[in-house]
Design a protein around this ligand. Structure first.
Ligand SMILES: [Zn+2]
Length: 54
């Protein structure tokens, strides 16, 4: 799979399950695996920052 951010190559296991987090080795972004119409998609994972906003 290609990273949606930088187009780098992300290794997603064929048996990856929805909700697993994969990281892009190129830019370090985290993506959550989701499936749509039977094919795997990567969606940007919510990054937990140090600032919780309150
Ligand atoms: Zn990337």
């Amino acid at each position: 799979m290609n990273c949606p951010d930088c187009d780098g190559n992300i290794n997603v296991p064929a048996d990856a399950s929805v909700g697993e987090i994969v990281s892009c080795p190129d830019c370090g972004a985290d993506f959550e695996i989701s499936k749509k119409d039977g094919s795997i998609e990567l969606k940007k994972a919510e990054t937990v920052g140090e600032d919780w906003g309150e």
